[in-house]
Design a protein around this ligand. Sequence first.
Ligand code: ZN
Length: 186
Amino acid sequence: MMLSIIEYKAACKKTIIFLEEAGFILNKDEKNRIQVVEYGLDNLELIGLQLVEYINTERCCAKELVLFRRQTCPEHRHPEINGKLGKEETFRCRRGIVYLYVEGIPTLNIHAKLPIGKEHTFTVFHEIVLKPGDQYTIMPNTRHWFQAGEDGAIISEFSTKSIDEKDIYTDKEIIADCNRIVEENI
Ligand code: ZN
């Protein structure tokens, strides 16, 4: 199930407003290629994210990620590809609160709310709370997932090359290579 063009446009508009209110300036081209990721789950409100990619070369990638209230990026890892280390990524919170979960000692009473019916697709619970100005680096092939707090969140992501179709999701219903929706695909 794909997003309708109406849902896609609404998510884009909300993303642009959210970024502009926080002082981020996007050029026209960037506004036209905002990605709305719903992972093929048709539950964008709870599981999904919006992003704008500034650059993605062989060695460097930078994006802004926008999460609306309680929206979750599902658990995944970035594996080694053809003998090359997987993606290393740094998340810097710019606005709102981000609850980030990585491998390690599970945190009791986590702040995130697991999406109902999808609880079994989350397996790492070591919580890192990111507020504006905080950042965290995720090493290659480490499972992670994150959720925005009640006011949504903006995250700047700095990483090595992004090859999204190679990401491995814990939720087997997610099809990694068809989860990017941009207007030209609708
Ligand atoms: Zn990741």
